[in-house]
Ligand binder design. Structure first.
Ligand code: HEC
Ligand code: HEC
Length: 364
């Protein structure tokens, strides 16, 4: 009798334990596990990008990168995230001529827009000093003129957060936070930012028409310069701002400074080759109407000023591109109307879908 009642208590207990553990299994949020579901990069009509094979995009990795991109703990005093200098409504660039870092000190260059990074295959920054996007991602954190923080400090701060520890597990299978993992996650988020739905894209897809002025601007943009036939001579912007992203992945000198006025030697500082003096990355012209001011030092406030530069103000130096030097004799001979047409065409490259995309907004 005694033994069997003990037995039934024992069985009841086992049943209870079983029930409790079953209940636990039904609430998977208690168990954080790695989830490597791939992130599919929708590129629409853009050519397929070449994504890094050693950092395949996953939904969780892109999410972690997005958290870090908007994380103010990455800066020394907790006041600044990447997204403070790379604002979505400004095409992930900055409207200040020189971005202000945490020490309230201005940097030396204009913030670059961050989108369609998956199509940049020739290094990062105006001078290309970061080989891969993942190399780039850790530099602003440690730059005294930007976030001015050390990597060990950032890791200590993030390691205090259960939210981050969990997201590192979901992404990498372990809660250990390292600079390498942070860089890979930020690379994933930045690669996921795509702009391919501008008015011009819709025109290419045959969905809409350009206005007469925009269409004239489009022809000026893509037609070669020929001073002997001013009637059919174009502005030949496409010479450098070509292809689906209106850039050529090269470093060039577009004649904004005469030899004696060059203060920033650009690409030469990286390669130490005098032939690279004052050369800068040819930037994409997508979303150009919302990424003012312009050039590596933000010297031009408006697109009209940029067009005036190319039309009649090319300055001579040892490395200025021959195609631009060639226009110096006469200038591009653009009329007031031509200039307006060119600017109107550039405005068709603005992509409101990208500028308002919820997927790129702060996750907090
Ligand atoms: C204080 C402002 C500031 C902050 C904060 C900042 N950036 Fe930047 N970013 C810039 C400037 C300025 C440049 C151009 C620098 C240069 O070329 O020397 C730049 C360039 C870049 C580029 C190069 C794009 C290209 O086409 O080559 C990327 C990518 C980028 N930043 C991502 C980030 C990330 C990720 C963070 C956060 C970890 C960050 N930035 C934080 C100002 C900032
Ligand atoms: C020889 C190559 C070349 C040609 C031709 C050229 N560009 Fe550029 N463009 C560049 C380079 C290089 C830069 C960046 C220079 C810098 O920052 O110092 C640039 C910068 C720009 C910028 C500023 C981008 C930004 O994000 O700040 C605009 C706008 C622009 N070009 C428009 C045009 C237009 C319009 C034409 C035709 C009238 C044109 N470009 C012709 C090479 C060229």
């Amino acid at each position: 009798m005694k033994v069997s009642s003990l037995k039934s208590v024992f069985i009841a207990l086992i049943g209870l334990v079983f029930l409790i553990s079953c209940g636990k299994d039904d609430t998977p949020q208690d168990v954080i596990v790695m989830d490597d579901t791939p992130f599919i990069l929708e590129h629409g009509a853009l050519p397929a990008p070449s994504l890094p094979s050693d950092n395949q995009l996953t939904i969780q990795g892109v999410k972690l990168g997005r958290m870090l991109f908007y994380e103010k703990l990455l800066s020394r005093d907790g006041s600044q995230a990447c997204a403070d200098c790379h604002r979505q409504q400004d095409g992930f660039s900055d409207t200040s001529r020189f971005s202000i870092g945490v020490e309230l000190m201005p940097g030396k260059r204009q913030a670059m827009p961050v989108f369609n990074m998956a199509w940049h295959t020739n290094e990062f920054f105006w001078d290309g000093r970061a080989h891969l996007l993942r190399d780039q991602a850790l530099k602003p954190i440690q730059d005294p003129l930007e976030m001015n923080e050390t990597l060990p400090n950032v890791i200590a701060k993030l390691s205090n957060s259960q939210q981050y520890k969990d997201q590192f597990i979901r992404t990498f299978g372990s809660s250990e936070i390292t600079p390498e993992k942070m860089a890979l996650a930020m690379e994933q988020f930045m690669l996921s930012i795509v702009s391919n739905d501008s008015k011009f894209d819709r025109f290419l897809a045959g969905e809409i028409q350009l206005t007469e002025s925009e269409e004239r601007g489009r022809l000026l943009f893509s037609t070669e310069y020929n001073p002997f036939f001013p009637e059919i001579s174009g502005a030949d912007c496409q010479h450098c701002h070509g292809g689906a992203n209106f850039e050529n992945d090269k470093y060039m000198n577009n004649g904004i400074d005469a030899e004696a006025d060059i203060v920033d030697i650009g690409r030469q500082k990286v390669t130490e080759n005098p032939a690279d003096r004052a050369k800068f990355k040819v930037p994409s012209l997508r979303n150009i109407a919302v990424t003012a001011p312009y050039m590596h030092d933000g010297r031009f406030k408006t697109l009209e000023e940029v067009v005036d530069h190319y039309n009649a103000d090319i300055r001579e130096s040892s490395t200025v591109d021959p195609a631009l030097l060639n226009t110096k004799q006469t200038g591009l001979l653009l009329s007031q109307q031509d200039k307006q047409d060119l600017v109107n065409f550039l405005k068709t490259l603005t992509d409101d879908t990208f500028l308002n995309n919820e997927e790129y907004k702060s996750p907090f």
